[in-house]
Design a protein around this ligand. Structure first.
Ligand SMILES: Nc1ncnc2c1ncn2[C@@H]1O[C@H](COP(=O)(O)OP(=O)(O)OP(=O)(O)O)[C@@H](O)[C@H]1O
Length: 279
């Protein structure tokens, strides 16, 4: 049986499935992105359309340079599409906003603020009363295992701990959508596994809509409800895969036949892309 057949045959699983008839909050419609560099036009993204169902964990994978980060930047409102539109509910995205939280690969903490102050930053800017702020910050410090480090400064933390702070900070702002661009890409493999487990646990408690970019196929399958596989540049949507693995997820699920079938399918899709690229 091919990987695609195993996937089709896999029993439907209980996941945070979209409610029929509801319009998802995040819709990427016919989006094209061109960059102009030194008189040349580079098409980074070519007519991508994706509906991300609410409260799902959506992952984007694809060959290097296919436009994954660019797509996330567009949703974040840090860049504008050349054509097409990105909708959050009924509103077109035309800039960054507190309804979208970002976690990047490189550490983006404020070095002069403590862990607690970093997590509290957005809430303070919104002038939330101190008692309410403290309760929210404590909740996310606890959820991310940072309570004992609340007074530390970023330079005293390891890479994994800094990413915990970035995740806690993003969640504390209660965004509608969490955008994560290779958040564990700079970590060693053991820390990466620890962070994947932590994110699984925290996500299962919060169930935010997530759009997550990664190069790591195991990570994509372990975390995702659905995976969008992109073509080589110019990035188009090659296939959307619904991950037929129940939650809560655990690391030992990497040995499950469904996990292996999804992995085979993604590898097949990516292998063809790299071949296509060479001709
Ligand atoms: N500011 C820019 N100006 C010109 N070209 C750009 C710019 N940013 C990205 N590109 C190009 O657009 C394409 C897509 O880049 P992007 O970083 O979105 O891809 P990616 O899939 O995230 O890459 P990677 O997997 O290597 O992180 C690449 O060819 C890149 O060189």
């Amino acid at each position: 049986m091919s990987a695609a057949e195993i996937l089709r045959a896999a029993a439907p699983v209980e996941t945070s499935a979209p409610v029929a008839g509801e319009t998802p909050r995040l819709r990427i419609q016919d989006v094209r992105l061109e960059y102009a560099t030194r008189g040349k036009t580079v098409v980074a993204i070519d007519n991508i359309s994706i509906d991300v169902p609410d409260n799902q964990f959506a992952v984007i994978v694809g060959p290097s340079g296919c436009g994954k980060s660019s797509l996330l930047y567009l949703v974040a409102g840090l860049a504008q599409p050349t054509s097409g539109e990105i909708l959050l509910g009924d509103e077109e995205v035309d800039g960054p906003g507190p309804d979208r939280g970002m976690v990047f690969q490189s550490y983006t903490l404020f070095p002069w603020l403590t862990v607690r102050e970093n997590v509290e930053f957005g809430l303070k800017r919104r002038k939330m009363p101190a008692a309410e702020r403290e309760a929210i910050v404590n909740r996310y410090l606890n959820e991310t295992g940072l309570a004992a480090f609340h007074d530390a400064y970023p330079k005293q933390l390891s890479g994994g701990m800094m990413q915990r702070v970035a995740i806690a900070r993003a969640l504390a702002n209660d965004p509608k959508i969490l955008l994560m661009d290779e958040p564990f890409g700079a970590l060693d493999s053991q820390t990466r596994n620890t962070m994947q487990k932590l994110l699984l646990r925290v996500w299962e408690e919060n169930r935010k809509t997530v759009l997550f970019v990664t190069h790591d196929i195991d990570e994509a399958i372990l975390l995702g409800d659905r995976i969008y596989v992109m073509t080589a540049r110019p990035g188009r949507l090659k296939e959307e895969i619904i991950v037929p693995i129940a939650r809560p997820r655990t690391m030992d699920m990497v040995m499950d036949p469904e996990f292996i079938a999804v992995k085979r399918r993604i590898l097949e899709l990516l292998k063809n892309e790299i071949k296509d690229d060479e001709h």
